[in-house]
Design a protein around this ligand. Structure first.
Ligand code: AMP
Ligand code: ZN
Ligand code: FE
Ligand code: FE
Length: 270
């Protein structure tokens, strides 16, 4: 039985509600699914209650987006205590920083003549934590670009005219935050970071695993990170990074065996 350990919901920039994600996971025959929204655990409780209803094990999680030497680095946290007040407050401040950043990006896009407003972006986000994919979706809806990819390519990717860097948050801090919340920190899609020095650097902070299996990893990258994980004795995880909205893979598009869930549970206890 397989599990998908990287899934977004409407709590951040996914297109399906936690309830719907869990229902679909059940239909696909997945034994477990981890809800890993960007900088929020708001979807976890709903996921857990429908997990019980649909007999799918829901792993509480989070994905914290950070920067490592001007590159994007995401840290997954499994089994974080999603009721821990200090943790929730930190996530809240990250979510507020997201709103401010997106406001600045919208202002930049306006300054180059694009007819986009904050209201357009908020409409795409519903009550999810804001992210660039919501800006991309607005640009598509407004007919300014044909696809989200084009939006990143032309306007909101790094060094594009609408891009604003996030406020400084180091991946080491994300690892520490996850550990403090009782979770297991795992480096998400290391292949997209493009600098493997991050791995040992984060191990010093307490990193416990590498997301080896991800839609953005080709076979060579999988082999590469599998070897690194083995030599550094890191856990090997994987998932689809499901968002809906035409991003990445389908739910269950990348899976790992159920034994990974057990290993994460054990890692939490040491
Ligand atoms: P943010 O956290 O607001 O900076 O948004 C980052 C998210 O945007 C990532 O987690 C991806 O889901 C998505 N993303 C980043 N780059 C691209 C791209 N080139 N094309 C499509 N989606 C992207
Ligand atoms: Zn996302
Ligand atoms: Fe990510
Ligand atoms: Fe993700």
């Amino acid at each position: 039985m397989s599990v998908d350990l990287h899934v977004h919901t409407t709590a951040s920039d996914g297109s399906k509600e936690p309830k719907e994600v869990v229902r679909q996971a059940a239909l696909l025959g997945l034994r477990a699914v981890a809800i890993t929204d960007h900088d929020t655990v708001r979807g976890v409780e709903e996921g857990l209650s429908f997990g019980t209803a649909y007999s799918v094990e829901v792993v509480p999680g989070v994905e914290i987006n950070t920067d490592f030497n001007a590159r994007e680095a995401h840290v997954l946290g499994y089994y974080v205590d999603f009721k821990n007040q200090a943790f929730l407050e930190r996530l809240n401040s990250l979510a507020n920083a997201r709103t401010i950043r997106i406001e600045k990006m919208v202002a930049r896009l306006q300054s180059i003549g694009l007819p986009i407003t904050m209201a357009d972006v908020l409409r795409e986000a519903g009550d999810g934590t804001l992210g660039r994919p919501h800006v991309a979706a607005s640009l598509v809806r407004l007919g300014i670009v044909a696809s989200a990819d084009e939006a990143f390519e032309r306007f909101i990717g790094r060094n594009r005219p609408g891009y604003v860097p996030r406020s400084k948050f180091a991946p080491q801090e994300a690892v520490e935050l996850i550990l403090e919340a009782g979770g297991v920190p795992v480096l998400a899609h290391p292949g997209t970071v493009g600098d493997d020095r991050i791995i040992e650097c984060l191990m010093e902070a307490g990193l416990k695993g590498l997301e080896v299996y991800h839609p953005d990893h080709d076979e060579k990258m999988v082999e590469h990170y599998l070897a690194i994980a083995r030599s550094l004795e890191l856990l090997v995880t994987g998932g689809s990074d499901y968002h809906g909205r035409g991003y990445h893979a389908c739910l269950g598009g990348v899976t790992v065996p159920y034994s990974v869930v057990k290993a994460l549970q054990q890692a939490r206890q040491v």
